[in-house]
Design a protein around this ligand. Structure first.
Ligand code: WTA
Length: 652
């Protein structure tokens, strides 16, 4: 974060798409008034949203802001699991909460009544083994129904859950357990992924060797292979809940009591425990879920295809949808198992109406080709969403055409683990869409673009994305490290301004174009360029499936651009094509953006959540020694890329 972001926003994108009339007619948010209402009376706006929830005691004040500290719905009391479950039992007990599909093809259909009963049984069992209000419970599982059940059971008894993504290794799990001093770990024997068993219990056992605070590990039987069970410590889930009552008194929580911790990586190595609380969080996620995804709970089948191990799953598979009485899909496995049409088969089978996924997935679908979605009836879809990184206009258009049949609005939603809820996004019945732009701040959100001195920058220029006032689902602190909370997020521009860490530009209409993390910004010949814009230009070329752009020091230009490029399946790469790609970027953005070197590679190194590891590629491009790559989803590709990069350097 040391360099000032004089980001040049050079990628021009002119397409606009108005909300389809049919969609507009039935949309929940159907008029601009909502923006004005929230602007005129921020507290009134959020209070009226909070009224959609069940409070055992109403708040006395909506907002208390002592920058950078914030509280919402002060004095209010509620329980999140009661709001997600009990509240629906009179009206919609038999509505399906989750259609769950296992990777091998097994299915479960869980109604709100059944989900309530399961959560209560497990909550009673957790109490019986000594879990109390305020205790921390680590959860390390695949995408099976017991994962949301465990989260809701914790919420019911006032324990904080800390979900650790099932793709993390033992070491990462251990660090997170220890940082939160968790007392119980909930895991499974294994999970299915691309036809193989992910040995969760085995990794958990390794982690627990170095996690002295854990008293019990509760193990769900999913894959059925032999696992070692340590007597006294390890308990089978199915044995534990046997005979437990399907009613469980819920803890009456304060609005500001913690709900969960979720670890995320920051600019420094050690993961940060992002702490979310109760009343504001549930208000924020249920409101954004309802308005952005236009949820008509009687008819919609909503599918957020993320993993619950990330914040997207917490907010938009578990808490938002359940608070809104929604029917959701949960799928356990890989999108290309048994074949590359698995997602589209699920859309067809359950009549999915809303699909929310990530650009990295969309680019994979693009690479596999349109014949996979074409083979299925996807006419039930009416709305699409994107999250996690800037979506390249080309990927946006492909999603629009081949998945949405040119009739489904796409909501490109910008937010973070820290923000808890979506903050910059279209409202699908109102907003004019621009492929590649997350468009505008949600009602009541005040986003701004600042230069390095903290002055707002004019339209068309790039700068730091900041948020100027509170919103209910924002994190309250970093678990156990309040000084880090202040230092990392509220010191750059003062305690009233939240620094997101992202670069952004605003166009003449006031729409926001995310440019990637500030630390992915390069300086070439004195020009600041976003890696994302160059990547977008590369992906715009018909031969390219995916790209990652980094820089390395260059005596002439300060930094030189190096692009790692994956070609589409049927394309042969050669020197001529590399030349063509360089010219393509020059043509789309300008000569200053022409990559110095292009390395064609079969894959890019990615974290297990699908984010490209640019930092690692930067080290490769600079010929530096590589550190630990064990948290990568595809570690083997790094060696291959390094070899190619050093060959390229020798040729120069
Ligand atoms: C990026 C995921 C552009 C951004 C919800 C942010 C996006 C980081 C978008 C947070 C989007 C997320 N357009 N960039 N629609 N959504 N990002 O904490 O850089 O895993 O800071 O939360 O992802 O990632 P996180």
């Amino acid at each position: 974060m040391s360099e000032p972001p004089k980001i040049l926003a050079l990628l021009h994108e002119h397409r606009v798409i108005d909300p389809p009339e049919e969609f507009q007619r039935n949309a929940i948010a159907d008029s601009e008034d909502i923006y004005e209402e929230a602007e005129a009376d921020l507290e009134g706006f959020w209070a009226s949203q909070a009224e959609r929830l069940h409070w055992s005691q109403r708040w006395t004040r909506v907002l208390e802001w002592n920058p950078p500290w914030v509280k919402w719905f002060i004095g209010g009391r509620l329980n999140v699991s009661v709001n997600c479950l009990d509240r629906h039992l009179d009206s919609i007990p038999d509505r399906v909460a989750y259609y769950w599909e296992g990777e091998p093809g097994d299915e479960r259909r869980i109604t709100y009544r059944e989900l309530h009963d399961e959560v209560c049984r497990f909550a009673n069992a957790l109490r019986r083994i000594g879990v109390r209000r305020g205790d921390r419970v680590a959860i390390y599982m695949g995408m099976i129904p017991e994962l949301p059940i465990a989260m809701l059971a914790c919420a019911r008894i006032g324990a904080l859950h800390s979900v650790v993504f099932g793709g993390f290794a033992a070491e990462a799990l251990k660090d997170r357990i220890n940082d939160a001093s968790a007392e119980v770990l909930i895991t499974a024997d294994g999970g299915w992924r691309r036809g193989d068993i992910v040995p969760l219990k085995q990794s958990a056992d390794e982690a627990l060797e170095g996690s002295p605070t854990i008293r019990h590990a509760v193990v769900v039987r999913r894959t059925g292979q032999d696992v070692s069970m340590q007597s006294g410590r390890d308990l089978w889930y199915h044995e534990l809940i046997e005979g437990e009552d399907t009613e469980c008194p819920a803890e009456d929580m304060d609005s500001e009591d913690p709900l969960y911790v979720l670890y995320t990586s920051g600019t420094t190595g050690k993961p940060k425990g992002i702490l979310h609380t109760t009343g504001g969080y549930l208000t924020g996620v249920s409101t954004t879920h309802r308005l952005i995804f236009d949820i008509h709970p009687e008819t919609d089948v909503f599918w957020c295809a993320a993993d619950i191990g990330w914040v997207t799953g917490h907010s938009y598979i578990v808490y938002g949808p359940l608070a809104n009485g929604t029917t959701s899909i949960m799928y356990e496995g890989a999108p290309n198992f048994p074949d590359k049409d698995r997602l589209w088969a699920i859309v067809e089978k359950y009549g999915v109406t809303i699909l929310y996924t990530a650009p990295t997935a969309i680019r994979a679908f693009m690479k596999w080709g349109e014949r996979y979605p074409k083979a299925h009836d996807m006419s039930s879809l009416r709305l699409l969403g994107s999250v996690g990184e800037p979506i390249n206009p080309e990927a946006w258009m492909w999603y629009w055409t081949h998945i949405g049949g040119e009739r489904c609005p796409i909501v490109d939603t910008w937010w973070q683990t820290e923000t808890g809820m979506i903050l910059i996004t279209p409202l699908p019945g109102i907003t004019r869409l621009k492929p590649g732009s997350a468009t505008r701040p949600f009602p009541g959100i005040q986003a701004d673009v600042l230069d390095e001195s903290g002055n707002p920058v004019p339209p068309g220029a790039g700068g730091y994305l900041v948020l100027r006032r509170p919103w209910p689902a924002q994190f309250r602190t970093i678990y156990g490290a309040p000084e880090r909370y202040v230092e990392q997020y509220f010191s750059r521009f003062g305690p009233e301004i939240y620094l997101t860490g992202d670069g952004v530009k605003r166009d003449d209409d006031g729409d926001f174009w995310l440019l990637g993390r500030i630390d992915d910004v390069m300086n070439v010949s004195g020009h600041r360029l976003s890696t994302y814009e160059i990547e977008s230009a590369l992906v715009d070329h018909t031969a390219v499936a995916e790209s990652a752009v980094v820089s390395r020091p260059d005596p002439a230009t300060g930094e030189a651009i190096v692009a790692f490029v994956t070609l589409k399946a049927d394309v042969e790469g050669d020197e001529a094509l590399i030349g063509e790609l360089r010219e393509h970027v020059a043509k789309m953005i300008g000569k200053i953006a022409r990559p110095h070197g292009i390395i064609l590679t079969e894959d890019l190194p990615k974290t297990r959540s699908g984010k490209i590891m640019r930092r690692l590629l930067r080290d490769v491009a600079r010929g530096q020694a590589l550190g630990d790559v064990s948290t990568l989803a595809n570690a083997e590709i790094v060696k291959e890329i390094s070899t190619m990069a050093s060959e390229m350097a020798e040729e120069e």
